[in-house]
Design a binder for this molecule. Structure first.
Ligand code: PLP
Length: 385
């Protein structure tokens, strides 16, 4: 008998995140260029940081309401009204969380009964499957295809539906592929959700980071507002990963259920981060747009560069990742990533970290400087040569 025998079955059944392994290798080496991390290289815009400093000066150091500061909830509701004409009551339909990570966890825990199945288009963010398992659910992966620009269709989802399917967990713009869904795509998914009476958790953390037109919000599709738990946060669009602030929007029953879990496990999101988030929503858009324009420049550089090296890529339409096909090298994604970091000191993540459907791909993040991307491309060229 060892201590690990005493761990819960669900914890034992999930693997550690496939992203971390390459961070650990990189941490032991000098002069590594990292295309591995999924986080902006920008520092949070000064006016946002300053509002936090000023908040501290004014004595904002205590707990807030469990659901989050009323002013922040009002700003969030206003934001969705302005962008998508969606009505959320800031008293009942908005919950401020510790990052989208917490929102995702408690959304699943609020709706899943043991054995309920959750459809998850794949490749997908590393937490989707693990959080579903930890909530007692069964993740059911639905492979999205490169030929279809990694978009998912109702026909593909239909194959995996069973009487136990309770929900669907989608994330567009997508990590790791950079795929987005068109309005028509989402309308069709909405019809599918309605037909099978599914709850849809829609992680739209990259919603502000799109490069070919505006993001389409799933909750704004016909009849989807009440069926959808919409997740968003400040980590990516406002370069605020370390602040740990996100939110969930939905019908008042879902949000009340999530608030119960949040109340007992988190109590509230950090007050300093909430003060900063208010400033981000009130005045941060211009800084966010500048960062998006810079990501777009980097996206063009890396997309052209990888294609020229013979690594076939889908042109990412959102987020800050590109997902080249590396099968032409004859290596597996894990071999490619491990040899590349050891030989040329470029860190990226094997596509399999994002599910089986990531086989034959690697994920590169272009949330790093033009200079570093150019240098990384040269190193990859040498590696391939
Ligand atoms: N959802 C997706 C798709 C992500 O890529 C990430 C972080 O990489 C998260 C959620 C977690 O975000 P947060 O920092 O708000 O917890």
């Amino acid at each position: 008998m060892t201590w690990s025998d005493k761990l819960s079955t669900s914890v034992k059944s999930i693997a550690p995140s496939g992203i971390r392994k390459f961070f650990d290798i990189a941490a032991q080496m000098d002069d590594v260029i990292s295309l591995g991390v999924g986080e902006p290289d920008f520092i949070t815009p000064w006016s946002i940081r300053e509002s936090c400093v000023y908040g501290l000066e004014r004595g904002y150091t205590s707990y807030t309401a469990n659901r989050g500061m009323p002013e922040l909830r009002k700003e969030i509701a206003k934001h969705y009204k302005r962008l998508y004409n969606l009505e959320y009551n800031s008293d009942t339909d908005v919950l401020v969380t510790v990052g989208v990570s917490e929102a995702l966890d408690i959304a699943l825990r609020a709706i899943i009964e043991p054995g309920d199945e959750v459809l998850i288009p794949e490749p997908c963010y590393v937490s989707y499957q693990a959080c579903t398992v930890l909530a007692g659910g069964v993740p059911v992966s639905v492979p999205a295809k490169l030929e279809n620009e990694f978009r998912i269709t109702p026909e593909e989802l239909e194959i995996y539906i069973t009487p136990k399917t309770k929900a669907m967990l989608i994330g567009y713009p997508n990590n790791p592929t950079g795929a987005i869904m068109t309005r028509r795509d989402l309308q069709r998914i909405a019809e599918f959700a309605e037909k099978h009476d599914l709850i849809v958790i829609s992680d739209e953390i990259y919603g502000d980071l799109t490069y070919s037109g505006l993001h389409e919000c799933f909750a704004a599709m016909p009849n989807m507002r009440d069926r959808t738990i919409l997740l968003n946060g400040f980590s990516k669009a406002y370069a605020m990963t370390g602040w740990r602030i996100g939110y969930a929007l939905g019908n008042e029953d879902f949000i009340a259920a999530m608030t119960k879990i949040h109340q007992y496990t988190m109590l509230c999101a950090p007050v300093t981060a909430q003060v900063a988030a208010i400033e981000a929503l009130k005045h941060g858009e211009k800084y966010m747009k500048k960062m998006v324009a810079e990501y777009d420049r980097r996206r063009n550089l890396i997309y052209d560069g990888l294609n020229k090296l013979g690594l076939k890529c889908f042109e990412p339409k959102g987020a800050f990742y590109i997902f080249p096909d590396i099968t032409s090298t004859g290596m597996t994604a894990e071999d490619f990533a491990e040899k590349l970091i050891r030989q040329e000191r470029v860190a990226l993540v094997p596509g399999t970290a994002f599910g089986k459907s990531g086989t034959g791909h690697v994920r590169c993040s272009y949330a790093t400087s033009i200079e570093k991307i150019s240098a990384a491309l040269k190193r990859i060229e040498k590696f391939l040569g």
